[in-house]
Design a protein. Sequence first.
Length: 208
Amino acid sequence: MKHRELLVFGKISSGLEIYEVACTHFQNEFDKIQAVLFNETFIADNKLENKINNPDYIVKYIIGFSDVAQRKKCVEAMKQYSNFEPVSIINPHAYIAQSAKIGKGCYVGANSTVSTNAVLNDHVFINLNATVGHDSILEDHVIVSPGARISGNVKIGEGSLIGAGCFIHQGVTLGKENMVDALTYVRNDLPEKMVSSSRSPKPFKRLF
């Protein structure tokens, strides 16, 4: 009989949130659930050597930290292990439309909505009380903070961060690695690597 384990990358903040949801609602699906840090030595630190590429173990993982560059490194690192696979964790108190599509390694928090025909690509993080409107597409590693409202037919590029309580107007397209500050209203399309904030008269280019 194969052993099933879950690794939640991140021991604080969003990682801890995912860990607690997994322990509360999905403990029957795994023999072991643990929160771990991702770094160059995480395998040794967490005594996983005997489980790597071991057919007796199925190891699922989900990323709970927000640094996009590190998130991508984590995904690439996991690809070298044949028995490590990303898994999506959906809080039972979230609403996911039947026609919505959820990729690998996604998280959707309590009281959030993913509406009709919406698409979450891989490793998307939707926090508490957020809304993803109909026919919207969120590309890989998009992070949506608590209470954000994404209207219908919106496209958000890879690695973008949508701040808490912000509002993305219907039909808007954001390029990759956009940052939207908390409580900000975005009404126009934006190219990649822009910062939008209610504290600034207009969006400006990211410097990092």
